[in-house]
Design a protein around this ligand. Structure first.
Ligand SMILES: Cc1cc2nc3c(=O)[nH]c(=O)nc-3n(C[C@H](O)[C@H](O)[C@H](O)COP(=O)(O)O)c2cc1C
Length: 166
C-alpha cells in the first residue's frame, strides 16, 4: 500500500489549519482500528484552533511542534472498566497508526507524540482540558500540511536478516 511506504514523521508544517471535515475523517480512521475484545476503550480530542494549538505547545513537554501544526488529535483511554485493561495501550497504538495512514492518504503530515508513561505530559494535558471524566492521555498526533514538499517519501526499511520465512 502506497501510504504505508511513504508515511513519515513530519514535524514542520505550513501555516494552514486542517478543516473540521479532515479532522473527522482522521478520527473515524482511528475508531475503525481493531481493539482487544472489541473493547473500543478510547476517547479523542481533535483540535484545529490556532490559539489552543499554541497553548498546548507551550504547556505540554515535547509538544512544541504543535505550535505550528494545523491540527492535533489526542487519544485518551477512557476512565472506565475495560474487558482487557492490559491491552488498552495497544488499542491506542492501533488507532494511532490508522490515523497516521489516513493522514498520509490525505497528503497531511503527522507525527506520533509519545504521551503514555510520561506523567509530566499526561498531567499537563489533563490540567489543560480538565476533563471531568479524567480520561488518561495516551498518544498525541501532530498534524498539518508539510512545509517540505518531499516530506512524504519512501525509505526502504526491509531487512532480510530480521525475518525468517518458513
Ligand atoms: C511509540 C512512538 C512514540 C513516538 N514519540 C515521538 C515523540 O514524542 N516525538 C517525536 O518527534 N517523534 C516521536 N515518534 C516518531 C519517531 O521518532 C519516528 O517514527 C521514527 O524516528 C521513524 O521515523 P518515521 O516516522 O519518519 O518513519 C514516536 C514514534 C512512536 C512509534
Amino acid at each position: 500500500m502506497k501510504e504505508i511506504k511513504i508515511r513519515r514523521s513530519v514535524r514542520s508544517f505550513e501555516d494552514k489549519l486542517l478543516s473540521d471535515k479532515e479532522l473527522e475523517k482522521l478520527v473515524r480512521a482511528g475508531m475503525q482500528a481493531p481493539s482487544a475484545r472489541n473493547q473500543q476503550p478510547l476517547y479523542y480530542i481533535a483540535i484545529n484552533k490556532k490559539e489552543v494549538l499554541k497553548e498546548i505547545s507551550e504547556k505540554v513537554p515535547g509538544y512544541k511542534m504543535v505550535g505550528e501544526a494545523g491540527g492535533l488529535i489526542i487519544i485518551f483511554i477512557r476512565n472506565e472498566e475495560h474487558p482487557a485493561p492490559k491491552q488498552t495501550e495497544q488499542d491506542a497504538s492501533a488507532a494511532t497508526q490508522n490515523i497516521l495512514l489516513e493522514a498520509t492518504h490525505l497528503g497531511i503530515g503527522s507525527c506520533w507524540l509519545s504521551t503514555f508513561h510520561n506523567e509530566a505530559k499526561q498531567e499537563a494535558i489533563s490540567n489543560y482540558f480538565k476533563l471531568p471524566e479524567k480520561h488518561l492521555p495516551a498518544v498525541g498526533i501532530a498534524l498539518g500540511y508539510p512545509k517540505d514538499k518531499d516530506a512524504l517519501k519512501f525509505i526502504d526499511r526491509y531487512n532480510k536478516d530480521w525475518v525468517k520465512y518458513i
